[in-house]
Ligand binder design. Structure first.
Ligand code: TYM
Length: 333
C-alpha cells in the first residue's frame, strides 16, 4: 500500500519555498495516490513560542493555502495535528526508540537553537521523533517535502528500522522522501547562501503567500543579484547562487527546467529578467491568493474541513496504534 503524509508548520509567513518545494507537489501527487494526508503541524509549531491567537489564525491560514493551491479536501485528508492524539502518543514511544546521538546530528536543531542550546525547548530537540510519528502513525510510505527535510526523513527511516528490529517485526514501512521539481530548495532573496525561511527577520528575503501584487514585484526588483548577464545554460550559474535561485524560481513557476529558461534569456541582464519573473509570479500566485482570501473569510468552513479530516485521520491511526501498543507490551485498555 502506498500512502502519502506531509505537513507544514503554522508559524506564519507561509512562503514561495513552501509552495514550490512542497504544497504544489502535493497537488500533483494526489492523483496518483489513494490515501494522502496533509497536516497542519501545530504540535511542531509550539516547539518555539507561538502566541495562542496567532497560532489559531496561522493554522487556518495554512489549511486555506493548501486548499487554495489545489489540494482536494474531499479526496484527501487535511487536518491539524493536535486533533489526533496518535501523533503525541507514538512520538513518546519514538522518544524511547531514537538515540540521543542521532538527534545530536540534526542540523535544523543546531540552526534553530542557535548558540544558547540550553535555552531551547526539549520539544525542539525531540522534533524529528514527532515528525517520524506523524508519518508512521498512518504507516505512511511516501513523503513529499523540500530538500531541507531530507535529514529528518532519514531519521524517520532509522527509527522505523530500529523499532522493527527491537520488537522483531516488519511493522513499520521505511519511508521514501519525494523531493522533486525545479525549486526543492528556494533560497533567500537577500542571500543566496541562506534558504528562504518563515523565520528570517527580513520580510524582503521571502515572498509570502499573502503578499500583495505590488510587494511581490517590489521584492523581486530588490532581490540581490550580480551585474553579469544570464548565461545560456545552468553550468554558467555555478558560483552565482542568487542568479541561480531566481532562475530556479522562474523555472518552477513555469513548470520547466532552468536550462530552458536560460536558453530564452541567454545574454539578458536582470533589468529584463526581473520584471518577467515578477509578472510570472503574480500570474501564478494571485489566483491562489484570491482563493485563500475567500476561504479565510469563511473560517467555519476551514474548521469543518479540519474536523472532518481529523476524524478520518484518527480512524486510520487507530488500528496502527492498537498494534503498536500490542507490540510494545502495553495492556489493552
Ligand atoms: P516547514 O513548515 O518548515 O515547511 C513546509 C514544507 O516546505 C518545504 N520548504 C521549502 N522547500 C523549498 N525551499 C524552501 N526554502 C523551503 N522551506 C520550506 C519544507 O521542506 C516542507 O516540505 N518538519 C516539517 C513539517 C513536518 C513534516 C512532517 C513534513 C512535520 N511533520 C511529516 C513531512 C512529514 C517542517 O518544518 O516544514
Amino acid at each position: 500500500m502506498k500512502r502519502i503524509f506531509s505537513g507544514v508548520q503554522p508559524t506564519g509567513n507561509l512562503h514561495l519555498g513552501n509552495y514550490l518545494g512542497a504544497i504544489r507537489n502535493w497537488v500533483r501527487l494526489q492523483a496518483d495516490f489513494d490515501d494522502c494526508l496533509f497536516c497542519v503541524v501545530d504540535l511542531h509549531a509550539i516547539t518555539v513560542w507561538q502566541e495562542p491567537d496567532a497560532l489559531r489564525a496561522n493554522t487556518r491560514e495554512t489549511a486555506a493555502a493548501m486548499i487554495a493551491a489545489g489540494v482536494d479536501s474531499a479526496r484527501n485528508i487535511i487536518f491539524n495535528q493536535s486533533q489526533v492524539t496518535a501523533h503525541a502518543e507514538l512520538a513518546w514511544i519514538f522518544n524511547c526508540v531514537a538515540r540521543l546521538g542521532w538527534l545530536e546530528r540534526m542540523t535544523q536543531f543546531k540552526e534553530k537553537a542557535g548558540k544558547d542550546k540550553a535555552r531551547a525547548s526539549v520539544g525542539l530537540y525531540a522534533y524529528p521523533n514527532l515528525m517520524a510519528a506523524d508519518i508512521l502513525a498512518y504507516k505512511g510510505t511516501h513523503v513529499p517535502v523540500g530538500e531541507d527535510q531530507k535529514q529528518h526523513l532519514e531519521l524517520a527511516r532509522d527509527i522505523a528500522a530500529k523499532f522493527n528490529h527491537d520488537y522483531g517485526t516488519e511493522f513499520f514501512p521505511i519511508v521514501e522522501p519525494l523531493i522533486f521539481g525545479a525549486a526543492t530548495r528556494v533560497m533567500s532573496l537577500k542571500d543566496g547562501a541562506k534558504k528562504m525561511s518563515k523565520s528570517d527577520p527580513s520580510d524582503n528575503s521571502r515572498i509570502n503567500m499573502t503578499d500583495s501584487i505590488d510587494d511581490i514585484a517590489k521584492k523581486i526588483r530588490k532581490a540581490r543579484t550580480d551585474p553579469e548577464p544570464l548565461p545560456g545554460d545552468i553550468k554558467g550559474l555555478e558560483d552565482r547562487p542568487e542568479a541561480a535561485n531566481l532562475v530556479g524560481i522562474y523555472a518552477a513557476l513555469e513548470d520547466t527546467t532552468a536550462d530552458e529558461v536560460l536558453e530564452r534569456f541567454d545574454g539578458e541582464g536582470f533589468g529584463a529578467f526581473k520584471p518577467a519573473l515578477a509578472d510570472l509570479a503574480v500570474e501564478k500566485l494571485s489566483p491562489i491568493q484570491d482563493e485563500m482570501r475567500r476561504l479565510m473569510d469563511a473560517p467555519d468552513h476551514i474548521d469543518q474541513v479540519l474536523r472532518t479530516g481529523a476524524e478520518k485521520a484518527a480512524a486510520l491511526a487507530a488500528p496502527v496504534m492498537a498494534e503498536v501498543q500490542e507490540l510494545v507490551g502495553f495492556l489493552k485498555p
